[in-house]
Ligand binder design. Structure first.
Ligand code: HEC
Ligand code: HEC
Ligand code: HEC
Ligand code: HEC
Ligand code: HEC
Length: 381
């Protein structure tokens, strides 16, 4: 009995959370985004604003707009790293999230290219404007707003940050969703201790900031994999090193820090590398890679036609906090080191892929932490 009580409490808290997310909201945030199945239909602009482009919102929300302008959401289409990948696989599927305001079957027009994931994509549907906090009456010299409190939860981000690989059965066939996650960030979060503690995506990726008028708002800069401060909180490295008669044995582990999903997460090509070397022999560093890997399998589409589908074949990333047991990796450096150095890098994609797409190593690799291990003398065999 004792053992089941905390579990039952957790279940009650979780279902309360779900109830808050849906009950009195004027919109179901889970239905706002479609995991790449179709574009986002914003519909007509709020009548008392007149337009719904980011420049119009920026007239009154200048600081939020400036934060958003510098975010990856604003450049979801124009981003050179996206464009390089899209050149290889130019699918409607990609446009549904990276140019969510574009018309189906068309090359995105100048407007939807420039908007990317813009204000209206997240705040406007069919003439209604949704905010996280309170209903506003149009008489306030602003515009009407309806309160969708679930905008404060991970459920709001899920429809774009959790989705499966598409499969394409070629000419005469069709593109359809498989059951293999292409990005798994929301589900990684759902099993993490962050979810159990009620810490949502917004709590880390939309931190509270103070505006110039002294009021507080949620940052729309959406810091992520290119934000050094955030990256440095993600994980920590622990290790030990022992010198034997002719080599140095190093045991290292990368453990989750303040993070709400695997490290790294997001795009399927993201990886991290821990490099370990003896003394000043950096050229002979050994590398521990943290990444997902995939293989291509021949399967049948729903009509029985053959189709190639990508399946995950391995995942060596740091698991979400509170999930699994992390066993240290043992490395053997072929020298009797005085000191062992390590460096932890976050990478947008593997080096050979970056080279093939014309990106230099510095564009895709960020060193997020470095350190040393003191070497103890071990038993001489
Ligand atoms: C990717 C989705 C997304 C985009 C794009 C976005 N917002 Fe938001 N916005 C949110 C979420 C989520 C919240 C609520 C965060 C919370 O309270 O937890 C929010 C909150 C707000 C608020 C309430 C004040 C506050 O607490 O921050 C305003 C005002 C706002 N957004 C304006 C804008 C404007 C203007 C733009 C475009 C320049 C924009 N938003 C773009 C998701 C978005
Ligand atoms: C004419 C000025 C004006 C324009 C244009 C404008 N807003 Fe606002 N907006 C306001 C004011 C004023 C408030 C309420 C005071 C505040 O909290 O900033 C507000 C509040 C909000 C809120 C917060 C609602 C809540 O839950 O607290 C959101 C979200 C928002 N605006 C989004 C937008 C978006 C998106 C656009 C563009 C489609 C836009 N606004 C255009 C003036 C404007
Ligand atoms: C309409 C789809 C959509 C929604 C909704 C959305 N995102 Fe995103 N998000 C994207 C896309 C697309 C990118 C990648 C843009 C690029 O780099 O090409 C992205 C990038 C990001 C990044 C930047 C990653 C980096 O490496 O810098 C963060 C952080 C992020 N989103 C957080 C959120 C959070 C938190 C929410 C919910 C409040 C949210 N997003 C809602 C589509 C969306
Ligand atoms: C407890 C804090 C925390 C929570 C909660 C959290 N994240 Fe993160 N997130 C981080 C940190 C730290 C990083 C930087 C490490 C990295 O890039 O993997 C990050 C990175 C990211 C990235 C960039 C990944 C990359 O390397 O390109 C995306 C996208 C992202 N988070 C989305 C989300 C979404 C969506 C949610 C909610 C389902 C969420 N995060 C919840 C802390 C958090
Ligand atoms: C369901 C929404 C969705 C779909 C569909 C989608 N993406 Fe993304 N994409 C995202 C999100 C969210 C991110 C941010 C994750 C991160 O930064 O790690 C992202 C990030 C990326 C990145 C990394 C961008 C950067 O700045 O490093 C590339 C490249 C990319 N996507 C290519 C594609 C291509 C090509 C397609 C079509 C085959 C596609 N995406 C389909 C949501 C989507």
């Amino acid at each position: 009995m004792r053992a089941t009580l905390p579990l039952m409490l957790t279940m009650v808290v979780a279902s309360l959370g779900a109830a808050v997310a849906n009950a009195s909201d004027p919109v179901d945030v889970r239905a706002m985004f479609h995991r790449g199945d179709r574009p986002v239909r914003v519909g007509s602009a709020p009548r008392d604003v007149g337009a719904d482009d980011a420049a119009t919102c920026a007239r009154c929300h200048g600081e939020i707009a400036a934060e958003w302008r510098a975010s990856q959401h604003a450049i979801a289409w124009s981003d050179e790293v996206f464009q390089a990948a899209y050149a290889v696989e130019p699918m409607q599927f990609c446009r549904n999230c990276h140019a969510p305001r574009a018309r189906v079957g068309r090359v995105p027009d100048v407007f939807s290219q420039a908007e990317g994931v813009s204000c209206a994509v997240c705040h406007v549907r069919g003439g209604h404007l949704y905010g996280p906090a309170r209903a506003l009456a149009p008489t306030r010299g602003a515009h009407a707003a309806e309160a969708a409190v679930a905008m404060r939860t991970s459920a709001f981000c899920e429809g774009c940050h959790q989705f499966n690989f598409p499969a394409d059965s070629g000419p005469g066939g069709e593109v359809y969703g498989t059951d293999e996650p292409m990005q798994n960030t929301h589900d990684e979060w759902a099993m993490s201790s962050a979810a159990r503690e009620g810490t949502h995506c917004q709590d880390c990726h939309m931190p509270w900031v103070t505006s110039s008028d002294g009021r507080r708002h949620r940052s729309h800069a959406f810091p992520g994999g290119s934000d050094r401060a955030l990256l440095s909180e993600a994980v920590r490295v622990e290790g030990s090193a022992t010198r034997t008669a002719r080599e140095t044995v190093v045991r290292v582990a990368v453990l989750p820090g303040r993070i709400g999903h695997s490290f790294p997460t997001g795009d399927l090509f993201r990886r991290a590398e821990l490099r370990v070397w003896a003394d000043d022999d950096r050229a002979h560093a050994q590398t521990v890679a943290m990444a997902r890997s995939f293989r291509t399998e021949l399967e049948r589409d729903p009509h029985g036609r053959p189709v190639f589908v990508r399946r995950e074949s391995g995942d060596t990333r740091v698991p979400p906090p509170g999930v699994g047991v992390i066993t240290p990796t043992e490395l053997r450096l072929a020298t009797r080191a005085r000191v062992v150095h390590w460096a932890l890098d976050h990478m947008l994609m593997p080096s050979p892929m970056a080279a093939s797409q014309g990106f230099g190593e510095a564009r895709v690799r960020t060193t997020i932490a470095e350190g040393t291990l003191t070497v103890r003398n071990g038993d001489t065999p």
